[in-house]
Design a binder for this molecule. Structure first.
Ligand code: AMP
Length: 597
C-alpha cells in the first residue's frame, strides 16, 4: 500500500483493523500458541530433524513435543545449518525451501550466526508490522498520525551468496530490499527523508553523508528521527560533528562532494536536491553544529521534530542520557523487539518512559517457551534439565530465558535473551527485556552480567553528571596479565562545557567512579576483592573517536553489519583490545576494597 494513494479513510480503516487484530490475537494467547505449534509440526512433519527426534506425522501434542525434541543452542544445530549453507536442499529443518540465510549478530560477542529464512516467513513478518503499526503510530502521533516525515537512518549491508547460490544477508537488509519496502518508500515519499539510492548504498560513508544531506534539505518536514538501534543515532551525530563543514559546503555551493561516487546515488542527489546553492540552509546547519554545545541539536536542525524512534532497551539503555542530551529531551520511542530468529514483540504503549518499556510478544508468530531462571542455572553452574513454561503461564516478576520454535526450522531454540513479564495485554504477557543470557565478565568466583555492568555504569554516569561529563560509550575486559587479574572498564567521555557545577573532572573523581562501580558488581565480586583474588577495578579513559574505530574495525575486519552491530560490552578479541588500548589517555584504579556487607 503506497502512502501516496492512502487517504484519511484508508488510515482510519487501517487503524481499526490494527486494533481488532491486536485484540483478537492477544485475547487467545494459549489457543493461538497451540495452533501455531500444530501448524509448524504438521508443515514440517517430513523433515529430517523432526524425524531424527522421533516425531511422527499428525496429532502430536505439546507435551510429546517437549519430551522428544531437545532444547538447543546455535552450536547444536550448526552442522545442519552448514549442510544447508553448502547446498544440501533436502528438507533437513523445514519443508519449505529457504530463500535466504540471515546473518545474526545476536549476542554481543560479535560471533555471527546464520539463520534460515523462507519467503513465507518474510511475508508473515511484513504483514505483522503492516497490521500493528497503525495502532502504535496513533499512540505516538495521535489522530494527526502520518503528517510528517522521518529522518530515518537506514543502512543496508552488502549481500553475498553461499557456494550454492543462497542469499546471505542480515535480516534488516532483507527487509529494506523487500520489493514491498521499496514500493512503500519511493522518493519523493511522505514517510522518510532518505531516498532508496542512499539506503541501498552499501558504502557507509556515502550512505550516511547523503542521508544527512537529505534530512537537512527537508528539515521543516521532519517530525521524527529514527534508526534501529540508539547507538546508530549517536554514531550519526559523531559523523555529523566530523563532516558538517563539508556537508554545509555542498549545500552552500549546490554541488555534491566528489566523495559521493556511487553513480545512482549521485544522479538522485543532484537531480532531487542539489540543483541550486542554498546558503541560508548552510548557515542554519553550520550555526547549529559550530562550537562545543550540541545540546538539543535535533531541535535546532529539525524545528518540527516531536520524537526519536529507536531501540534503547537492553544494552542500548546506556545511550538514553546522550539521546536526551542531543534531542533536547524529546520522547524516546521504542517500538519493536525482534531478532533474526523471529519477530518477537511490540511496545503497545510506545510513549512510556524508555526505562519502563514492555514488549507484547505476538502469539501468532512462533511457538514460545520460557525457561525460569534460578540464580545458579542463570550462571550456567547447574546441569538441571531445563523445564519450560508456556507463554500464557509465565509469572509476573520472574525471569525467563526465551526458547523459540519458528516456521523456518528452529525447534526449541534458545535465543539467548532473558525477559521478565511485567503484566498482561488481554491474556498475552508483556515482557521487559532484561539482558542477553550470557554472563559478560567473569573472574575467579565472580560472575558479572550485562545488567550488573550496566547498573554500575549508570552509577558512574550519575557521578560524572555534575562535572558536565557524559559517557559516550563503554566496554570492558577481564585483564588476566596482572596478578591478580582485574576488571578493566573502557570509557569514552564527552565534557559538554569546560567545568560543571562541581568544577573540573579530576583523576580523584574517576577513582571514586572505580570504587562506586565495584559496589555494584555482586557479592562474589566483592568477596574476591576482599580476599585479594581479584585486583582493583581499572577505568581506562579513551580518546574521542575510539569506539568509532572499534565499530569500523568490526565492520571492515569481522564483517559485522553496520546497522545491527552492537558494541560488545565485554571485548575478547585481541585486535579490538589493541584498538581500545591505542586510544587510552588515562588510567585510574579503585583506591579501596569494596565492603561485603
Ligand atoms: P539480530 O538477530 O542480529 O537482529 O539480533 C537480535 C538480538 O538483538 C535480540 O535477540 C536481542 O538480544 C537484541 N534486540 C533486538 N531488539 C531488541 C530490543 N527492542 N531491545 C533489546 N534488545 C533487542
Amino acid at each position: 500500500m503506497s502512502f501516496m494513494a492512502v487517504g484519511k479513510d484508508d488510515h482510519a480503516h487501517a487503524y481499526d483493523e490494527s486494533v481488532n487484530f491486536i485484540n483478537e490475537v492477544t485475547s487467545k494467547c494459549d489457543e493461538i500458541q497451540g495452533k501455531v505449534l500444530a501448524e509448524i509440526l504438521s508443515q514440517n512433519a517430513e523433515t529430517e530433524y523432526l524425524k531424527r527426534h522421533g516425531m511422527v506425522h499428525g496429532g502430536v501434542d505439546r507435551e510429546t513435543f517437549k519430551t522428544r525434541v531437545p532444547i538447543v543452542t546455535y552450536k547444536d544445530i550448526k552442522p545442519d545449518i552448514m549442510r544447508i549453507y553448502n547446498g544440501d536442499y533436502t528438507p533437513i529443518l523445514c519443508a519449505q525451501p529457504f530463500s535466504e540465510l540471515w546473518i545474526s549478530t545476536g549476542t554481543s560477542d560479535a560471533q555471527e550466526k546464520l539463520l534460515p529464512a523462507t519467503d513465507q516467513e518474510k511475508v508473515r513478518r511484513d504483514n505483522l508490522s503492516t497490521t500493528i503499526m497503525p495502532f502504535i503510530k496513533r499512540r505516538i502521533e495521535g489522530p494527526e498520525a502520518n503528517k510528517g516525515k522521518g529522518f530515518s537512518l537506514l543502512i543496508t549491508r552488502e549481500e553475498t551468496v553461499t557456494p550454492n547460490g543462497l542469499l546471505l544477508c542480515t535480516g534488516l537488509t532483507s527487509v529494506f530490499k523487500n520489493p514491498r519496502f521499496y514500493r512503500d518508500n519511493p522518493y519523493p515519499n511522505n514517510y522518510n527523508t532518505s531516498p532508496m539510492e542512499a539506503i541501498y548504498c552499501t558504502d557507509h560513508f556515502q550512505s550516511v553523508y547523503t542521508q544527512l544531506l537529505c534530512g537537512f534539505y527537508q528539515r521543516h518536514d521532519v517530525s521524527h528521527a529514527k534508526a534501529v538501534f540508539g547507538s546508530s543515532i549517536i554514531w550519526a551525530v559523531h559523523f555529523l560533528k566530523q563532516h558538517y563543514l563539508d556537508i554545509c559546503h555542498d549545500i552552500e555551493s549546490g554541488s555534491l562532494s566528489t566523495k559521493i561516487t556511487d553513480p545512482s546515488l549521485r544522479v538522485c542527489m543532484i537531480k532531487t536536491f542539489m540543483q541550486h546553492p542554498d546558503p541560508m540552509l548552510a548557515n542554519v546547519i553550520r550555526a547549529a553544529c559550530m562550537g562545543e554545545n550540541w545540546e538539543g541539536i535535533f531541535r535546532k536542525i529539525w524545528p518540527n521534530i516531536k520524537y526519536v524512534e529507536t531501540i534503547v532497551t537492553g544494552s542500548m539503555a546506556q545511550y538514553i542520557p546522550m539521546l536526551n542530551y542531543y534531542s533536547g529531551g524529546l520522547p524516546l520511542v521504542c517500538v519493536k523487539y525482534s531478532a533474526s530468529e523471529c519477530d518477537l514483540g511490540f511496545n503497545l504503549n510506545p510513549m512510556c518512559d524508555p526505562y519502563n518499556v514492555s514488549y507484547t510478544i505476538m502469539p501468532n508468530m512462533a511457538y514460545y517457551e520460557f525457561i525460569p531462571l534460578e540464580l545458579l542455572s542463570d550462571y550456567g553452574s547447574s546441569e538441571l534439565p531445563p523445564r519450560t513454561v508456556d507463554m500464557a503461564n509465565v509469572e509476573v516478576g520472574k525471569e525467563y530465558e526465551l526458547v523459540v520454535t519458528n516456521y523456518c526450522g528452529l525447534y526449541r531454540y534458545k535465543v539467548g535473551d532473558v525477559l521478565s513479564p511485567t503484566g498482561f495485554y488481554n491474556s498475552t504477557p508483556q515482557f521487559k527485556f532484561m539482558r542477553r543470557k550470557n554472563v559478560l565478565l567473569s573472574m575467579d568466583l565472580a560472575k558479572t552480567t550485562e545488567i550488573e555492568l550496566q547498573t554500575a555504569i549508570d552509577k558512574v554516569s550519575s557521578l560524572l553528571h555534575p562535572f558536565n561529563t557524559q559517557i559516550i560509550d563503554y566496554t570492558s575486559c577481564a585483564e588476566m596479565k596482572t596478578t591478580p587479574g582485574h576488571y578493566v572498564i573502557y570509557l569514552e567521555l564527552m565534557t559538554t562545557t569546560s567545568a560543571g557545577l562541581n568544577g573540573l573532572l579530576t583523576p580523584e573523581i574517576l577513582e571514586q567512579c572505580c570504587s562506586a562501580m565495584e559496589g555494584y558488581l555482586g557479592v562474589y565480586y566483592r568477596w574476591c576483592r576482599g580476599d585479594g583474588s581479584i585486583g582493583p577495578l581499572e577505568i581506562r579513559v579513551v580518546k574521542n573517536g575510539t569506539f568509532e574505530k572499534v565499530r569500523d574495525y568490526a565492520i571492515s575486519e569481522l564483517g559485522s553489519s553496520f546497522i545491527q552491530f552492537k558494541i560488545p560490552r565485554c571485548v575478547k578479541s585481541v585486535h579490538m583490545l589493541d584498538v581500545l588500548n591505542f586510544g587510552v589517555v588515562s588510567t585510574h584504579f579503585s583506591p579501596s576494597v569494596p565492603r561485603t556487607d
